[in-house]
Design a protein around this ligand. Structure first.
Ligand code: FAD
Length: 519
C-alpha cells in the first residue's frame, strides 16, 4: 500500500481533537460526528483488517469495493484537514482500536449496522473505551417500527411502510397517500422484451489507489472467488455521485414497470445498483429518497423506489435488530422452519453447470459482477434453494460472500426470512416460490434452456413436490390456500413423478452433475 501511505502523508499532530472510529460501512462525513464541528477539530480512525477479509471467501470485487472506498475516504478526509489514523491490523477490530487507544484516548462511533462488528467491539463499549452514538444513516426509528409493525412478530413491511409514510410525510398529501394508494406494486409487473433499451452501467477510471487495492486483492486473496473488475467499481465520492446521477437519469424513469423483469441481455435492467454504496454510506439513503422525490418520475416508479429504500431497507434492518439476527428464534443462527437441510450444490459456486439456464445464467452474473437485482435473487436463486430444501444458513452464507452489498443486517433477513421462509411467517406472509411458468413469463432464460417450461422443466414438478412435502406447515398461511388446493388436485401418479423429479434433481446437483431430463 505504498502509494496509499505516500498520498496520506504525514498526519497533523494529535492536538486537541475529537477522535471518532469510522467503521468500514460508515464512509460519510455528511452524517454523525463528522458532520459536526470543523475538520481541524476532528480525528478519525479507520481500520483495515486482512484477518476479517479472510474470515469468509468474499467475492474479490466486494473486498476491492470496501477497501478502495475506505482508503479513498481516508484520503478525502485528510484532504479536508481531518487527522486520519489508518490502522492495518491482522486481527479483530477491537484489538486494532486498542492498539492506538493509549495514544488517542477513548473513541466515539456511530453504532455499527453489522451485528458482527458490534459483537467484536462489545468489550470496548463495556469498558468505556468506545462510546456509541446513534447511527444517523438510518431513516426510521424503533418507535416507528413498533408503531407500524408492532412490538412482536409477525411483522409486516406494508404496515411499517404506511406508518413511515404518514410520519415522514413522504409521498403524502393532506394526510392521504399521493395517487390515492400506498403501493403501485401490482402495476409494476411487466416483462421486458428489449424496449425501452436497458442502460449500460457507468465505467470508472481506476486511479493508483484503486489499482493498488486491486493488486492486494489479486495477491493476498487469490483463492477467493469472483471476477475483479476495477472499471465497474465506484471507489471515490465522485464515482459514487456519478453512479447515482446515472441511476436517477437512466434507470428510475423505467424502474417501476420493469421492477420484476429479468433478462439474460441485461443483468440489471432498470435497477439502480446503488445498494453496495448505500450500505457503505457513500450514498446516503436520505439523499437518494430526496432526489427521487424531487425528480419528475412517474408516480409508479417514484413510489416503487421509495418503498424499497424507506420501506424494505429500513424494515429488514429493524427485524434483524429485534431478533438479534434471528438468534432469538434459533440460538445457533440456523433457523429452518421447514426442516430443510440439504447441502448447497457446486452449481452455486459456478463450478459445475446445473443445466438449468436460469440458475446457471444468474450464477454467472453473480461471479462476474458480485451483484444481481432483486428478482433473480428471490425468484431464481432463493426459489430454487427453497424448492430443493437447501440448508437456509448455507444459502445465506453464500449470498453473504457472493454479493458486494451483503452485510449481516440485510442479507440474513432477506435470505433466511424472505427468500427461504426459514423463520416461517415472521416477516412475510408466504414463501416466495414458483414453478417454471413464472420464470418464463418474467425472464428470457427459458429460450436458451434445454428444458421447456411448458413440457419438461423440472422446476414445475419441484414446485408441486415442495407443496406436497411441506403442505402441513405452509397451510398455516392463508395466502397458501390456493396453491395448496391446486396441489391437492394432482393425481397420485403426478405426485409420485413430482417427488421423483425432486429426488433426481437433488441427487444430481448434490453430486455436481447436470439436472437430468424428467423421467
Ligand atoms: C435472497 C435475497 C438476498 C438479498 N441480499 C441483499 C444484500 O445482501 N444486501 C442488500 O442490500 N440487499 C439485499 N437484498 C435486497 C435487494 O435484492 C437488493 O437491495 C437490491 O437488489 C440491490 O440492487 P439495487 O441497488 O439495484 O436495488 P434497487 O432495485 O434499485 O432498489 C433500490 C434500493 O432499495 C433497497 N432495497 C430494495 N429491496 C430491499 C430489501 N429487500 N432489503 C433491503 N434493501 C432493499 C436497496 O438499498 C436498493 O439499493 C436481497 C434480496 C433477496 C431476495
Amino acid at each position: 500500500m505504498q502509494r496509499f501511505w505516500k498520498q496520506l502523508g504525514k498526519q497533523p499532530a494529535k492536538g486537541r481533537r475529537r477522535w471518532v472510529y469510522v467503521p468500514y460501512d460508515q464512509l460519510s462525513a455528511r452524517i454523525g460526528p463528522l458532520a459536526q464541528g470543523g475538520p481541524k477539530e476532528l480525528g478519525i480512525v479507520l481500520v483495515e483488517s486482512p484477518w476479517r477479509a479472510a474470515q469468509r471467501p468474499y467475492h474479490r470485487q466486494k473486498l476491492a469495493l470496501v477497501l478502495a472506498n475506505q482508503r479513498h475516504f481516508a484520503l478525502e478526509q485528510a484532504e479536508r484537514g481531518v487527522a486520519v489514523r489508518y490502522v492495518v491490523h491482522d486481527g479483530p477490530y477491537r484489538d486494532a482500536l486498542a492498539s492506538v487507544q493509549s495514544e488517542l484516548g477513548a473513541f466515539e462511533c456511530m453504532e455499527p449496522a453489522e451485528r458482527e462488528l458490534r459483537e467484536d467491539l462489545a468489550p470496548l463499549v463495556k469498558s468505556g473505551a468506545l462510546k456509541y452514538l446513534p447511527h444517523e444513516g438510518w431513516l426510521t426509528t424503533r418507535e416507528q417500527f413498533v408503531a407500524g409493525a408492532g412490538e412482536s412478530a409477525p411483522w409486516r413491511m406494508d404496515a411499517f411502510y404506511r406508518e413511515v409514510r404518514r410520519t415522514s410525510g413522504v409521498l403524502m398529501e393532506k394526510g392521504k397517500p399521493v395517487g390515492g394508494k400506498w403501493s403501485f406494486d401490482t402495476e409494476n409487473r411487466r416483462a421486458w422484451k428489449g424496449d425501452p433499451p436497458a442502460p449500460q452501467p457507468p465505467r470508472f477510471e481506476p486511479d493508483v489507489i484503486t489499482r493498488e487495492v486491486g493488486e492486494l486483492v489479486e495477491s493476498r486473496f487469490a483463492s477467493h472467488p469472483g471476477r475483479l473488475d476495477l472499471e465497474s467499481l465506484p471507489a471515490t465520492q465522485p464515482d459514487a455521485d456519478k453512479l447515482w446521477r446515472w441511476a436517477l437519469a437512466r434507470c428510475l424513469p423505467n424502474f417501476g414497470p420493469f421492477e420484476d423483469a429479468m433478462s439474460t441481455r441485461s443483468s440489471g435492467l432498470f435497477h439502480t445498483r446503488i445498494a453496495p454504496l448505500l450500505n457503505l454510506h457513500r450514498l446516503l439513503p436520505r439523499d437518494v429518497v430526496r432526489d427521487a422525490m424531487a425528480s419528475k418520475l412517474e408516480l409508479a416508479s417514484k413510489e416503487g423506489f421509495v418503498r424499497q429504500v424507506l420501506g424494505w431497507r429500513e424494515f429488514v434492518r429493524h427485524v434483524h435488530r429485534e431478533t438479534d439476527g434471528f438468534r432469538t428464534l434459533a440460538p445457533d443462527a440456523r433457523p429452518s422452519h421447514l426442516g430443510a437441510h440439504r447441502p448447497l450444490p457446486a452449481a452455486f459456486w459456478g463450478e459445475r453447470p446445473s443445466g438449468l439456464a436460469c440458475l446457471d445464467s444468474v450464477v454467472a452474473d453473480v461471479w462476474r459482477e458480485g451483484w444481481t437485482h432483486h428478482i433473480p435473487r428471490l425468484m431464481v436463486l432463493a426459489n430454487l434453494a427453497t424448492l430443493l430444501d437447501l440448508e437456509p444458513r448455507e444459502v445465506a452464507d453464500w449470498f453473504w460472500v457472493a454479493y458486494t452489498d451483503a452485510y449481516d443486517w440485510v442479507v440474513e433477513p432477506n435470505v433466511l426470512a424472505m427468500g427461504m421462509y426459514a423463520v416461517g411467517g415472521l416477516m412475510t406472509t408466504k414463501p416466495y416460490v414458483s414453478g417454471a411458468a413464472y420464470l418464463d413469463r418474467m425472464g428470457d432464460f427459458c429460450k436458451g434452456c434445454r428444458f421447456d417450461p411448458k413440457v419438461d422443466c423440472p422446476i414445475t414438478p419441484l414446485y408441486w413436490a415442495f407443496l406436497a412435502r411441506h403442505g402441513e406447515r405452509l397451510g398455516q398461511s392463508a395466502r397458501m390456500d390456493m396453491p395448496l388446493r391446486s396441489a391437492a388436485k394432482r393425481t397420485a401418479a403426478q405426485r409420485s413423478r413430482d417427488q421423483r423429479v425432486f429426488e433426481r434433481t437433488s441427487e444430481a446437483l448434490t453430486a455436481g452433475r447436470e439436472v437430468p431430463p424428467a423421467p
